[in-house]
Write a protein that binds this ligand. Structure first.
Ligand code: NAD
Length: 474
């Protein structure tokens, strides 16, 4: 596929390309241009040029284009989901949900477009104030490979509806779905230059988006490590920056929880997308009085999960997205076993057999008796491995849950209103779910506390991140 700059489908300045391979079998899916800093400059110039006209449209006119695009995305849902599964690895049913999720996000921002307005304020001595909301200009969006369509929606929706133009960089391993979605947005009426997509590596394309002086705001989603570098580099051009970074979400299962529901919640929360979700359940705290029953049922359920190529019917969990991720997970679990940092009670290995030979597969893994200083609890585990920790009660669970540098999501599983109140009040995270985990509707602001990020995406709250507020005092 080509990349999109100034409304044209184009190769990179260097004419170099790279191969996008299927993580389930190593086969070629397609090629993409290996973009460079020069390509980002072309894209930023084009977005800068397009800004004036685009920002002068009413938000409602911009919203209509997003709505049209959402409808077309729904019509092409299957085709888009197949592309997503082939380049990312997730089961087709998850890919379909993700494509629908992208359409939902565009519809949400289209829906609020008519209500985007400033504010009038009465001041002392009969004076008045008007607060205007103005677009910032050219924005940059850098996205990861785990949920590329949804995260594209989180950035494209609010940036475009508020009148900004955009230069977007897909993750290196998953450019194809993003390019296909950009093509649909363009065909739905976006003027040329409003949305540009430059494919390639973080070190060249990503760095130039972060440094380019024409790009005034940056929304980055990725790891804490890259986020830190991005934040430093963005200061040279005083960019406004939103960072959506890693997480190590705790799930707390109380003694009165509906165990069947909690087991399903843990399975979905941890093993959905092969564990590669920022808000996956990455640490599970269960009350000791129900721990035996809960762990037994969870283990039985996990052992029944079908691992395989996401294109095959009935597959519950696909491969990891890339070799580096796969090696990281293998090394981590091997170290847990060697150093006796925990007891592996399910999985803990690469599956054997012809189906798995050329893919990045790993068995869904459960670990109990986890050492308090294990990397399983300290670092973000971005793969299908769930550490389970037994606690005496809610105070201990919350203390352990909060003992992390991360603060993205958390969940409490109970029907006791007092436990829910205490957990929602005290858990240090940007979102707390009650008797569920992972789902992020576009209506709800989302982001992390502590090292999990800066700022929020989604909801009405993200609109201000894409606007400059101007006060007029009469
Ligand atoms: P990553 O940080 O390696 O890469 C993210 C993006 O940044 C990619 O497009 C990459 O090419 C680009 N990049 C790499 N180096 C760069 C640089 N120097 N300058 C600019 N851009 C650069 O992350 P990843 O491995 O693609 O994704 C996994 C991480 O993303 C996990 O930590 C996960 O928790 C996090 N994540 C967070 C959220 C959230 O909303 N909080 C959502 C999804 C994923």
């Amino acid at each position: 596929m080509m990349m999109l700059i100034d409304g044209e489908w184009t190769g990179s300045c260097s004419e170099e390309t790279y191969e996008v391979k299927n993580p389930a079998n190593g086969r070629l899916v397609d090629t993409a241009p290996l973009g460079s800093a020069e390509d980002v400059k072309r894209a930023a110039d084009s977005a800068h040029e397009a800004f004036k006209k685009w920002s002068e449209l009413t938000a409602r006119e911009r919203g209509k284009i997003l709505f049209r695009a959402a409808q077309r995305v729904r019509e092409k849902q299957h085709e888009l989901a197949v592309t997503l599964t082939m380049e990312q690895g997730k089961p087709l049913k998850e890919a379909r949900d993700e494509i629908q999720g992208f359409a939902n996000i565009l519809e949400y921002y289209s829906g609020i477009s008519a209500a985007l307005e400033g504010r009038a304020v009465s001041l002392a001595n009969g004076r008045h104030g008007i607060i205007l909301r103005r677009p910032i200009g050219v924005c940059g969006a850098i996205i990861p490979w785990n949920v590329p369509a949804i995260i594209m929606g989180w950035k494209v929706g609010p940036a475009l509806v508020t009148g900004n133009t955009l230069v977007l960089k897909p993750a290196t391993t998953t450019p194809l779905t993003n390019l296909s979605l950009a093509s649909i947005l363009n065909a739905s009426g976006l003027p040329k230059g409003v949305l540009n997509v430059v494919t390639g590596n973080g070190a060249s394309v990503g760095e130039e988006i972060v440094r380019n002086p024409l790009i005034k705001k940056l929304s980055f989603t990725g790891s804490i490590e890259t986020g830190r570098r991005v934040l430093q580099a963005a200061s040279s051009s005083m960019k406004r920056v939103t960072l959506e970074l890693g997480g190590s979400d705790p799930m707390i299962v109380c003694d009165d929880a509906d165990i069947k529901k909690a087991v399903e919640g843990a399975v979905h929360g941890r093993f959905y997308n092969c564990g590669q979700t920022c808000t996956a359940v990455k640490r599970l705290y269960v009350f000791e009085s129900i721990a035996d029953e809960f762990v037994r049922k969870l283990r039985g359920r996990v052992e029944r999960l079908k691992v395989g190529n996401g294109m095959e019917e009935g597959v519950d969990m696909g491969p990891l997205n890339n070799r580096a991720q796969w090696e990281q997970i293998k090394t981590l679990v091997d170290r847990v076993k060697e150093k006796e940092e925990g007891t592996v009670i399910a999985g803990g290995k690469v599956p054997e057999g012809e189906t798995y030979k050329n893919g990045y597969f790993y068995m869904p893994t459960l670990v109990t008796d986890v050492a308090p200083d294990s990397a399983l609890l300290k670092e973000e585990v971005f793969g299908p491995v769930l550490p389970i920790i037994t606690v005496k009660g809610l105070d201990e669970a919350i203390e352990l849950a909060n003992g992390s540098k991360f603060g993205l999501g958390s969940s409490i599983w109970t029907n006791d209103i007092e436990k829910i109140r205490v957990a929602c009040e005290r858990l240090e995270s940007g979102v707390t779910w009650v008797n569920q985990h992972v789902k992020l509707p576009p209506e709800m602001p989302f982001g992390g506390v502590k090292e999990s990020g800066i700022g929020r995406e989604n909801g009405l709250e993200t609109i201000d991140a894409y606007c400059e507020l101007k006060s007029i005092i009469t």
